[in-house]
Design a protein around this ligand. Structure first.
Ligand code: CBF
Length: 844
């Protein structure tokens, strides 16, 4: 193709094509140009935010070139591509990450923290500090928590490893709400994040019409073939917005395509407008735009709302249309579709894509059912992230019938053929049919999306060993019997070391690079194991310890600025940051804090001298309708104001609630923890990924035998982690005992409850439901059962922290053994065992 373009033309393009900045002058020129022309600002009114926008625009001009080239390369080679369908991409900030990934920030900070780089220097010449400029960026928060952040880490690794891969998601106008704490209560503020977003490219020419409602007309065509025609209803338009995803240390820049909804009939109804009916003239437009307006703020909790199903179908149908269009350009036979296309379903949210592909193949492309279904099942893979029953998606059949009538028919057919095959395999087992049916025979009937996802995929994976084992032995047991064990597998999660080590903790990354002779560990994390040779090196330990102190100082400063509380950075920083959920047990944490507070209050002055000062830091959002989670936040904030103002306690204990925890705050928090808490009831957490981020940054962890804590323990060694609590295999028995045996509250917890009930932390009625869920209603999350082991393990943490030398050895050893937890390893596993896709290596 290149050869078909005359050389002078190519030469002219090459000459003027944007390339990396090599001098600060080049960058300054572009920065000033963007500030003065694109942003219409000047020397006199260029604030930090304008400097950020100018930098982002100047930098993104460079990014686009590689992005275009990557797309051309992928089209030309026509290799198999991966499409990652996720309703959530929790990206965080883009500028810092993009600069690091394309190497324009590499020399930004040397080991002593001295900054030498053309972007940094250029900004300085114009009166700005790069750190301040970077921190102007609004987080792209199109996700709730672990699931969305995992998708973002996957995009980074797929690009870094040169896989031809696209992400597909929704372009929400409002991301996850902003959390404010007012009088100790969570208040939700809308997160409108799209003003001046330099990272997205509207593709107004790429639109897809998406149909809803209507009816299905059945008739025979001239050849006698039965035709299903989906007619009438409502059409909404999907418009593509593209976001470049640069890989680290490679020219590959992949694409994330987000769909936005718009009325298909143009701006608004002119007939109504001319008749003076202004309100209803815009009503259709507004209704259409509502589809992509807001991210549902529930994590591990499904509510069965029609708008959510609309979002899911809208996004799946637009993405499938795009994928099929791209495939059809290659003029290959349909049977080759699975050789060219792998689609990964991030949870059951995109399960409608299975049904949509079957519909396209049989209703539009005219394939026979079996041929089409064979293509579908070879194309899809499904990742399950949780065993929690409240998170499993089910849609009511009447709602489905109304919104997507043709799809419901197809689901019924899929189910029929599936149940016929089950009946053949287990002719004497009638019960299994109702257990595995996609349709639950309840009132109303429900469509079980996880079952549809399993039946329509060739591989189903869990996200950590215990989680995958539990799926096979409980939730999906029947399906293992039906399909055999090969369809089910485990791929333990990871995180990208680029953002979570190099970007979040540049000093530690630089120190590691100094020891290992370069930054290669960022693309081969197993190289970290070489650090173990330096565990006893005194100078190295001192540097390691100094970096932790600096990071703690940075967090202490942030805490003072945002909460007004002053914390002593020599204290033990104990962190739990994640979504607030009963199964994650922030209530256990705060009860433990109250126990510590009561213990200190009862101490003599002499005894107090032996106490290891502690700062308990907790952060996370509760789903707006999750009342118990909000009660936990309220209690944490009440305890914080009592403890932090108690002069008897002083610096021995401080309790901090971090408001509006998000990705950019995590980047400050993770490097600063001494110990972090991953304390879910055993068997409830899919994997957890913040556990990995903390250990990668030299923090130790206290945790239950749950999720990826188990593999972390296996990798770093039992002596480097503080495990406590009951095991998953005992949970059912214990729960049974709470109802049918004698339930005895742990005596220490009893004292904690007495303090709360006596009003030590304000109006006791506010916390009554939280207490009675444990005392009276069965303690489903085993808070009481695990309390004693939790507080005694914390005592061990205190003792261990006193031995700073040993603590440092644990910290270094743990980091050295974290090589397994890079998403690069994870993506390679998906590529080999699910997608069957090869990287597209780029030559210079
Ligand atoms: O696999 C990524 C994460 O997904 C969840 O957040 C989810 O299902 N929403 C799980 O709860 C996490 O355990 C898991 O790490």
């Amino acid at each position: 193709v290149e050869a078909s373009i005359p050389e002078p033309l190519r030469e002219a393009w090459r000459k003027h094509s944007a390339s990396e900045f090599t001098t600060k002058d080049e960058f300054e020129k572009e920065l000033v140009r963007h500030i003065e022309t694109t942003l219409a600002r000047s020397l006199y009114n260029c604030d930090e935010h304008a400097a950020y926008s100018g930098t982002a625009l100047a930098f993104r001009d460079r990014l686009i070139i590689e992005w275009n080239r990557t797309q051309q390369r992928q089209t030309l080679t026509d290799q198999k591509r991966v499409y990652y369908l996720s309703l959530e991409f929790l990206m965080g900030r883009a500028l810092d990450n993009a600069m690091l990934n394309v190497g324009q920030k590499e020399s930004a900070r040397d080991i002593n923290g001295v900054v030498t780089n053309c972007l940094t220097e250029g900004l300085k010449d114009l009166g700005f500090r790069i750190e301040d400029v970077i921190s102007q960026e609004h987080d792209a928060a199109l996700g709730n928590g672990g699931l969305g952040r995992l998708a973002a880490c996957f995009l980074d690794s797929m690009a870094t490893l040169n896989y031809p891969a696209w992400g597909y998601g929704l372009r929400y106008r409002y991301g996850i709400f902003k959390q404010e704490i007012i009088d100790g209560y969570q208040v939700e503020i809308p997160d409108y994040w799209l003003d001046n977003n330099p990272w997205e490219f509207p593709r107004h020419e790429i639109t897809v019409d998406i149909q809803f409602y209507g009816t299905v007309r059945k008739y025979q065509d001239e050849s006698g073939k039965l035709v299903h025609s989906w007619e009438d209803g409502e059409i909404v338009q999907a418009v593509a917005y593209d976001v470049p995803i640069p890989g680290y240390g490679t020219k590959t820049t992949n694409n994330l395509r987000l769909w936005s909804s718009k009325a298909s009939s143009g701006e608004f109804d002119f007939q109504k407008f001319n008749a003076g009916d202004y309100e209803s003239a815009v009503a259709d437009q507004q209704r259409a735009e509502t589809i992509s307006a807001v991210l549902y703020p529930n994590d591990n909790l499904e509510r069965g709302k029609e708008l959510r199903l609309k979002q899911q179908y809208f996004w799946c149908a637009a993405s499938l249309h795009d994928i099929v269009r791209r495939f059809k350009k290659s003029k290959r036979a349909w049977s080759e579709f699975p050789d060219q296309v792998a689609i990964q379903l991030n949870d059951t949210h995109p399960t409608m894509a299975i049904v949509e592909l079957q519909r396209i193949l049989i209703d539009i492309e005219g394939l026979e059912w079996d041929e089409a279904w064979n293509i579908v099942t070879k194309t899809f893979g499904y990742t399950n992230h949780t065993v929690l029953p409240e998170a499993l998606e089910k849609w009511s059949v009447p709602l489905f019938q109304n919104l997507l009538p043709r799809h419901l028919q197809i689901i019924y057919d899929i189910n029929l053929y599936f149940l016929q095959s089950v009946e053949k395999k287990f002719p004497n087992d009638r019960e299994i049919l109702s257990r595995v049916s996609i349709i639950e025979e309840s009132h109303p009937k429900m469509v079980r999306m996880a079952y549809l996802a399993i039946i329509g995929s060739h591989k189903v994976n869990g996200v950590a060993e215990l989680h995958s084992d539990l799926l096979k032995s409980t939730l999906f047991k029947d399906f293992v019997d039906i399909y055999g064990p090969d369809r089910f597998m485990n791929v333990t999660n990871g995180v990208t070391p680029r953002r979570w080590l190099h970007q979040a903790n540049p000093e530690l990354s630089a120190l590691i690079a100094k020891k290992l002779g370069g930054h290669e560990f960022l693309t081969d994390l197993t190289l970290l194991d070489k650090l173990e040779a330096f565990v006893d090196d005194k100078e190295f330990r001192a540097e390691w310890s100094n970096i932790k102190t600096q990071n703690k100082l940075r967090l202490a400063k942030f805490i003072q600025e945002t909460t007004g509380f002053k914390v002593n950075p020599t204290s033990l920083f104990d962190v739990q940051v994640k979504r607030i959920h009963e199964y994650k047990r922030q209530q256990l944490n705060i009860f433990g804090v109250i126990h510590r507070y009561l213990t200190i209050k009862a101490m003599s002055a002499e005894e107090k001298k032996k106490v290891v000062p502690r700062v308990s830091i907790i952060g996370g959002k509760a789903a707006p309708g999750y009342w118990m989670a909000k009660t936990i936040i309220h209690l944490i904030n009440k305890v914080s104001s009592v403890v932090n103002n108690d002069s008897d306690v002083g610096d021995l204990l401080k309790v901090i609630f971090i408001q509006d925890y998000n990705v950019s705050k995590a980047e400050i928090i993770c490097p600063a923890s001494d110990i972090s808490e991953h304390i879910s009831t055993a068997g409830t957490e899919g994997s957890g990924t913040s556990n990995m981020k903390f250990v990668m940054n030299g923090g130790l962890i206290i945790g239950t035998c749950d999720g990826a804590n188990i593999e972390i323990t296996r990798e770093i060694g039992e002596s480097n982690i503080f495990l406590f609590g009951n095991l998953a295999e005992d949970v059912e028995e214990l729960r049974h005992g709470h109802f049918y045996g004698k339930f005895e509250l742990d005596p220490h917890l009893q004292k904690v409850f007495e303090a709360i009930k006596s009003g030590t932390f304000g109006d006791a009625n506010e916390f009554q439901a939280l207490i009675s869920s444990i005392e009276e209603h069965g303690d489903y999350y085993l808070v009481s059962d695990d309390f004693n082991s939790y507080i005694t393990t914390h005592e061990m943490v205190d003792e261990a922290f006193k031995q700073q030398d040993e603590w440092l050895a644990k910290s270094i050893t743990s980091v050295a053994r974290m090589g397994f937890f890079s998403t690069d390893r994870v993506i390679n596993e998906y590529a080999d065992s699910i997608w069957n896709v090869e990287p597209l290596v780029v030559k210079d």
